[in-house]
Design a protein around this ligand. Structure first.
Ligand code: ATP
Ligand code: MG
Length: 352
């Protein structure tokens, strides 16, 4: 067998999706794995510009051009690829400059991030979120006690004071202490354990949707798509509604007056939650067609005090995640411009 045939065999048997791009970043070669990776035939891939495969991606065209011009290779451990063909993937990517036929080309190797890696990332994120939450809670707790003392002392002083002008000062202290206390209470987060009862999730969601509908601009459209086969779930109604409300209010804020919010429910099998496999889960998704979550806060979205809004306290999602975790569930998010979807997963108890 000639070396060339051996090379061809290796490339066509590789599980990694391989693309070769020319100077214009057009695809001039794709191996069979790239075909299933992109869900397009090799013939159709040929001569397409790479960027035209995606409706959204974190791949940076300028960086590819730079690698080509300055002859350097790089890796991207988490490239988000949303294909126009409809599917989306997160992949590890290695980019290497290739020189042949007197031309500069680029070799791209994609490997989809597997389930196991996603699970370990999820566990790591959960641990970091918990640490951040505990830090903020600890701090809030430390502020709360002396604050109570401060307020009490100002009240006593107020009683002793005769002059109305001086009383004004003590009332300012009390007022500001109350403000701070409100903030501290929010930072401490939900402290009541859930009181679960059998509840119909659709009824609970519907109540919240109607509430949000009333307070939202008229050009926001609310679409429902419920799966009636979801059984009643043992959940705390208030806490579940608080979660839906927090996610929903964010969607309304992001839409800035006009857009669509899509509520849907479905059953999902074999969902892994913090490393543990749940045989059957209810998945409740809230999706909007707004601008997407700002890149800068994507990795720390569920941390307390992380906000992309000037007036936001950044607590809504942290509280939502805490509440759902207390129910043994999780909240996942997928977001790119025009598509932001939060999904609440709640395990359904096995009757067997
Ligand atoms: N659907 C969405 N589309 C775009 N960005 C979003 C969406 N949901 C959340 N975000 C971003 O995530 C940030 C954090 O949300 P979170 O609810 O935790 O805090 P907040 O809304 O800023 O403040 P709070 O909810 O405490 O009033 C938001 O500020 C916003 O930038
Ligand atoms: Mg919010």
């Amino acid at each position: 067998m000639s070396v060339k045939v051996i090379h061809e065999n290796i490339i066509s048997q590789m599980s990694t999706a391989v693309l070769v791009l020319n100077k214009q970043l057009k695809i001039i070669f794709a191996n069979p794995s790239a075909e299933s990776f992109c869900q397009q035939s090799i013939n159709r891939l040929h001569q397409q510009r790479l960027m035209e495969l995606f409706s959204h991606t974190t791949l940076n065209e300028e960086k590819l051009q730079e690698a080509l011009q300055h002859n350097f290779s790089y890796t991207d451990n988490e490239a988000v690829l949303v294909f126009k063909a409809g599917h989306n993937l997160t992949a590890e990517l290695t980019v290497t400059p290739l020189f042949f036929d007197n031309e500069d080309n680029l070799l791209l190797e994609f490997r989809a991030i597997d389930q196991q890696k996603k699970i370990s990332q999820e566990i790591q994120q959960h641990n970091q979120q918990t640490a951040a939450r505990n830090l903020v809670r600890g701090l809030a707790h430390e502020i709360k006690n002396p604050l109570g003392g401060l307020r009490g002392a100002a009240q006593l002083l107020e009683k002793e004071l005769k002059s109305v002008e001086l009383k004004e000062f003590t009332s300012i202290i009390i007022e500001q202490a109350d403000r701070l206390r409100n903030l501290v209470d929010r930072l401490l987060g939900p402290n009541k354990p859930p009181r679960p009862a059998q509840n119909n999730v659709h009824e609970l969601i519907e109540k919240m949707v109607r509430l949000i509908e009333l307070e939202s601009p008229r050009d926001i459209e609310f679409i429902r798509n419920y799966d009636p086969s979801i059984p009643n779930l043992r959940i705390d109604a208030d806490q579940f509604q608080q979660t839906v409300l927090n996610i929903c209010r964010n969607a309304v804020n992001a839409l800035d007056g006009v857009g669509k919010i899509h509520f849907s429910t479905r059953i999902e099998n074999q969902v892994t939650i913090r490393g543990k496999r749940s045989r059957i889960c209810a998945a409740i998704s809230i999706k909007d067609n707004g601008p997407g979550i700002p890149e800068a806060i994507k990795d720390t979205l569920f941390y307390p005090m992380v906000s992309g809004n000037e007036n936001g306290s950044g607590l809504g999602l942290s509280i939502a995640q805490t509440l759902i975790e207390k129910h043994g569930g999780k909240i996942d998010v997928e977001s790119w411009p025009g598509n932001t979807e939060f999904t609440i997963y709640l395990p359904i108890e096995d009757k067997e």
